[in-house]
Design a protein around this ligand. Structure first.
Ligand SMILES: *[C@@H]1O[C@H](CO)[C@@H](O)[C@H](O)[C@H]1NC(C)=O
Length: 325
């Protein structure tokens, strides 16, 4: 009897150790009966319909219908210019609920925060009160979304960027529940590292607001190159998906299979900036648009569209199925 309860206690200890190594909240989404999954990715969008936000939304609705999408991913900068003022900010309806009205877009949205969101009341965007106003809305800081064949790792990238902390006079950032910064970042990287290590999904995609590689206005984010990228490389991440640059980009890596995909064309764009980059540039479009992802266990396809819903760029990759025996 004593040894039995001892075993139970040992088991409980092991279980608690396992769960403490993956602090990131884990969500689940089912795939289609045929084993496929499709979704749209949009970033940098909330401008009350202006700057072609509504046109992009209309085309997302049309393509979303065609692809029978399962959900939508937002790469952040959800509400301009300065996030939400509170859970009662009408911008939530004016920039989200009343803009993405198409039937195919009445699916779950999974969102991260962008730097502009941090200029407002961050806790409001994370609040379940918004889910009561529009049940599609779900924004968390960092989390994992498993959909059988794929694990999405959503990463809160804004706290990584030095100049948001070093120039507090230029903008006020809402660092509640983030500061002290070093503890927050090191815990996040540790949790992400163990979650990626534990992931058994065929595909591993990472979503964040900031660029890792970029040929546009924001260029590479050096803090992510040094601290986040090594973890993604170590665990065989397939795609890094971001916004922040108000354009569409596809960059392939010279030193890993990671593809860098920017979908930040949700509203205001046309910045007219192009910087060359040592990695392989596959596609760059300086205007509005969005991206789709279609997946099976053995194939992933990325498509970029402009504000008319025309296909601008297509890319796909296959994976061989290895027997687990
Ligand atoms: C809206 O989209 C069209 C077509 O891409 C573009 O010519 C126009 O400049 C855009 N308007 C704004 C305000 O960005």
């Amino acid at each position: 009897m004593a040894s039995f309860s001892c075993k139970i206690m040992a088991l409980a200890l092991v279980l608690s150790l396992v769960s403490s190594s993956a602090e990131l909240q884990k969500l689940e989404h089912s795939i289609k009966n045929d084993g496929s999954l499709s979704l749209l990715v949009i970033g940098d969008w909330g401008r009350k319909g202006e700057f072609n936000q509504t046109q992009v939304a209309t085309q997302m609705g049309r393509i979303g219908e065609e692809l029978d999408i399962d959900f939508v991913v937002s790469t952040g900068d959800n509400f301009y210019d300065s996030g939400l003022t509170g859970v009662d900010d009408k911008a939530f309806e004016e920039s989200f609920t009343n803009v993405y009205t198409a039937k195919s877009l009445q699916k779950q949205w999974y969102s991260v925060l962008g730097n502009h969101d941090y200029r407002g009341d961050v806790l409001a965007q994370l609040s379940p009160v918004l889910r009561e106003l529009d049940n599609r809305w779900l924004c968390l800081r960092s989390f994992i979304l498993n959909a059988e064949i794929v694990d999405f790792f959503f990463v809160d990238t804004t706290p990584f960027v030095d100049h948001y902390w070093n120039n507090p006079e230029s903008h006020h950032y809402d660092w509640r529940e983030v500061a002290p910064r070093q503890t927050y970042i090191s815990n996040l990287l540790k949790d992400l590292d163990s979650a990626l290590k534990e992931s058994r999904a065929t595909w591993k995609f990472v979503v964040g607001h900031h660029t890792i590689r970029s040929v546009s206005i924001h260029r590479d984010t050096k803090e992510l190159l040094s601290s986040l990228l090594p973890i993604l490389k170590a665990h065989g991440v397939d795609l890094y998906v971001n916004g922040h640059d108000h354009c569409l980009e596809h960059i392939s890596s010279n030193d890993s299979p990671i593809q860098y995909l920017t979908s930040g064309g949700g509203s205001k764009s046309w910045r007219g900036v192009f910087n060359s980059n040592t990695d392989k540039l596959r596609f760059f479009y300086d205007g509005q648009g969005f991206m789709s992802l279609q997946l099976t266990k053995t194939m992933a396809q990325v498509v970029f569209y402009d504000a008319f819903g025309s296909v601008l760029h297509k890319w796909s990759v296959t994976k061989e199925l290895h027997s687990s025996m």
